[in-house]
Design a protein around this ligand. Structure first.
Ligand code: KG4
Ligand code: ZN
Length: 341
């Protein structure tokens, strides 16, 4: 069975072809450079860029998989959540493709797909469901931060999420205060090299609260006031590195501590993580150390699958199809605020 998947919920235009758990192709066209001068994703520009890029991206995905349109057996696309006009481009294109070829069409929740990206690994990429086990999944990106209890395949329950800023947003806003270009998370991460994570004590919001929620806006504000009171700090290379290492340590400690605590409480033996912030060096190292200490299996999404991609949409859609889930009706619409339950 060959499935074509499309993802356009935010600023990546992506198409993938999946066949029996194997990723035959996964083309991702990122719009980061386009949005950089505005310091964030501009929805109108994002949807226009998806319109421009989608057909070439689909053609490239089919060509890399050595397939023509008629050889596709099923189609899937991100149905929500996401930017309305961005979602619309990929969803309607996929729906039309499926309708024209009379193929089943599946609408996928973007966050549910993130839960399965850590299970896609190896070269060539394929989903390793033989190794699947119940887990606590951390989804951390520029738009979302949530903890999910994945009780089994296609069975999950959201435990908590951010009550204000997402972790990636916090990284980006602090990076902006320091004067780093958008998106600043990866730049801030690079500057932590040689920095002392204990040089400055920033708050660890909600660390000791008995819930699975996060809050990062207070941390950003505390860095803002700290820089207002110590403006000279940015002129010194070592102090700058110490500042980056200290802010990263605060964000990472909250993410790791709450993830491990949830895994212990719910008695699962496995932790997974995905979303752009899962590329963060500190998060990868600290999660690995904490999981080793607690004897949890750790599955981090491959770095190129941490950010948004159609492979994870396709892998989940194929699982749903095999599990007998019904395809969407041909008049289905996007679901912009489709919260994961
Ligand atoms: O998943 P993603 O590509 O897009 C969405 O937000 O949906 O995640 C992008 C976010 C940005 O906030 C970016 O700064 C952050 O992930 N990010 C990082 C790193 N790489 C990406 N944050 C910290 N350290 C990194 N190495
Ligand atoms: Zn995402």
């Amino acid at each position: 069975m060959r499935l074509l998947a499309i993802e356009t919920s935010c600023d990546e235009t992506s198409a993938a072809v999946i066949c029996d758990g194997a990723v035959l192709s996964n083309i991702v066209s990122s719009q980061i450079k386009l949005h950089a001068e505005y310091g964030g994703v501009v929805p109108e520009l994002a949807s226009r860029e998806h319109l421009r890029n989608l057909l070439p991206v689909i053609r490239a995905a089919l060509s890399e998989a050595n397939l023509c349109n008629e050889q596709i057996d099923a189609v899937a696309a991100t149905q929500g959540p996401g930017l309305p006009a961005a979602l619309m481009v990929g969803f309607k294109a996929a729906q039309s493709f499926a309708f024209a070829l009379r193929r089943p069409f599946f609408g996928i929740n973007h966050h549910e797909a993130h839960l399965y990206s850590p299970w896609i690994a190896d070269q060539p990429l394929r989903a390793d469901f033989a190794a699947f086990q119940p887990n606590i999944s951390l989804i951390v990106s520029g738009g979302h931060t949530m903890l999910v209890h994945v009780e089994g395949e296609l069975k999950h329950r959201v435990l908590g999420g951010t009550i204000d800023d997402a972790a990636g947003e916090c990284f980006d806003k602090i990076a902006k205060l320091i004067g780093l270009p958008y998106p600043g998370g990866p730049e801030l991460d690079k500057l932590t090299t040689g920095g002392n994570p204990r040089a400055f004590a920033f708050p660890r919001p909600l660390l000791h609260e008995a819930n699975d929620d996060f809050s990062f806006s207070g941390l950003k504000t505390s860095v803002r006031y700290f820089l207002r009171d110590h403006p000279h700090l940015l002129d010194d290379e070592q102090s700058l590195r110490d500042l980056c290492a200290s802010t990263q340590a605060a964000i990472v400690e909250v993410l790791v501590t709450k993830t491990i605590r949830a895994a212990k409480r719910l008695g699962v033996g496995c932790v997974t993580a995905s979303g752009g912030v899962t590329c963060n060096s500190g998060l990868r190292t600290e999660l690995a150390a904490a999981c080793a200490k607690n004897r949890f299996t750790l599955r981090l999404a491959e770095k190129n699958l941490c950010t948004d991609n159609a492979a994870m949409i396709g892998i989940l859609a194929e699982r749903k199809l095999l599990a007998g889930h019904a395809p969407l009706r041909s008049d289905a619409e996007i679901n912009v605020s489709w919260a994961l339950a």
